[in-house]
Design a protein around this ligand. Sequence first.
Ligand SMILES: [Zn+2]
Length: 86
Amino acid sequence: MYIDKKREIKLNKKELEKFFKRLAELLEVNGCNARDLSNAQIILDEMGVPEDEQDEFLEGCRYAGGFCDCEIFLNAEEYLREKYSD
Ligand SMILES: [Zn+2]
């Protein structure tokens, strides 16, 4: 029997810093599609963030005006730092 048990993490201050670092890298490589948060989603998957927490995170991005990946840095960075300040 094959069991795919992925390590799941809880987003906190430290993980958020990793996210920002990785997002900056990916934006440099992939660029921003100016449409959605696809790079952000790739990173959250990589990090092993559970789906419901991913949804909450991405919702927070949009709430703060981050509707595409580069807008996370432009509009949502401060909001996210406050939200995940533990
Ligand atoms: Zn963008």
